[in-house]
Design a protein around this ligand. Sequence first.
Ligand code: ADP
Length: 433
Amino acid sequence: SAPKCNTGPDGTDHGSWTKEGDRVDLAEQSLLNKLIRRSLVWNRNRVEVLQRDPVSPLFSVKTFEELRLVPELLKGVYSMGFNRPSRIQESALPMMLAQPLQNLIAQSQSGTGKTAAFCLAMLSHVKPANMWPQCLCVSPTYELALQIGQVVEQMGKFCPDVKLAYGVRGNRMERGVKLQEQIVIGTPGTILDWCTKYKLIDPKKISMFVLDEADVMIATQGHRDQSIRIHRLLTKNCQMLLFSATFEDSVWKFAETIVPDANIIRLKREEETLDTIKQFYVVCKDEQEKFTALCNLYASLTIAQAMIFCHTRKMAAWLTTNLSKEGHQVALLSGELTVEQRAAVIERYRNGKEKVLVTTNVCSRGIDVEQVTLVVNFDLPVDMEGNADSETYLHRIGRAGRFGRRGFAVNMVDSQQNRKIKQLDTNNLEEVE
Ligand code: ADP
C-alpha cells in the first residue's frame, strides 16, 4: 500500500519524492491540491501535440460550443462557471470526442483542467439508454475517486439518465448483480474485483477506459499491476485515456503499455522565475537568535503574507508556539494533520485569517497562495546527507513573487556560506519595506 510516513528517521520532514524515495504520499498531496484549488492554474506555455496520424487535421477548439455537445451537457459545463476550454482542454477535448475513437496520453501539472476534460468526455461518450457500464475510470485512492465523481455529478446534473457508480472499498455489492450505471469510477483493486470476481461489470462492454494520475498510480506496485490487469480485460476497440501530472520514464513506460497508438498532449510547467525575488540572509548562531531576528522582522512579514519554512515538524511546532506567545497570529501547517485539516489551514491562510504560515517542506509542496510575498527559511533546506538542497530552495522561494509581483526571501543561516545573497540588518528594515 502507499507509504503513509512523511518523516525521516531523525524526525526530519523530507519533501522530495525523487531524492529520498517513497516518503511523501503522492495521493495525499494530490488530494490536498484538489481540496484547496478553486480555479485553473495559469499557464502561458504552448501545448505540445504529438499525433499518431500526422496527416489527420489537428483540431483545437476555443469554445465549448464547437464540441457539439448535447445541450444538457453544455448547460452543465456552463453551470460550473467554465466560460471557455482551458489550454489543455482546447486540444484534448476534440481528440477525446473524435470519431473514430482515439487514444490519448495527456500530461500537464495539476490544476490545468485534466479532470474536467475527461469527465466531460465520459459524459459525452455514454449512451444513456444502455443500462450498463460503458466508461471505467480508475484513480489511485478512494478520496480521489470521490473528487472525480463530484465533477461528473455536477457537470452531468442536467443529464438525469446518466448514472454513476463508485467502485471503491466499502461499497459492498452482491455478486453477479449487473450494474446499470453507465459510468463507474473507482480504485484499481475494487474495479478489478467487480470485473472478475463479482462480475458486476462486463469489461467487454466498456468502450472508454480512463486512468487518472498515472504517476501516483505507478508509485504503488499493486495499483500498477491491477491497472494492467483491468486493461487486459478490455477489448481492442475500447478508447484508452491516460492522465498524469508528471512524466518520468517510468510513467512513460507504463503509459505505453496501457495506451497503444496514442496521441500525446503535453503542457510544460511555467518556469519559476526568480527575477522578481530579492534574496537576503541573516546570520544567527542558534534558534534563539533566529527567533529574535524573526520577531524583529515580524512587522514586515504581516504587510502582506509570509511563509516560514522549518526543517522538522518539531521546529515548526516550537516556532509556532513561541510566536503565539509573543502575541502573533500564526498558522501551523504540519504533517500530523489530516488532509482535510491541512486544506482548512491553507484556506484560512489564503483568506487572510492568518498572515503568517509556519510549515515544513513536505507540507508546502504544490501550494499556491497568490498573496505570499515573503518567504523565510528558518532552516535552509538540506537533503538526507545534510547537503544544501538547491532545488527545494528554489521551489520554496518561488512561492514569493509569483505572477510577476515583487517578493522577498529571507534566509536564516548559521554562517556566511551563501555569498550571493545579501546580508539583511533586521534592525534596519527599510529595504524590505
Ligand atoms: P487537473 O485535473 O488538471 O488537476 P481540474 O480539472 O481539477 O485540473 O481543474 C482545476 C480547477 O479548474 C478546478 O477547480 C476546475 O473546476 C477548474 N476548471 C477546469 N476547467 C475549467 C475551465 N475550462 N474553465 C474554468 N475553470 C475550469
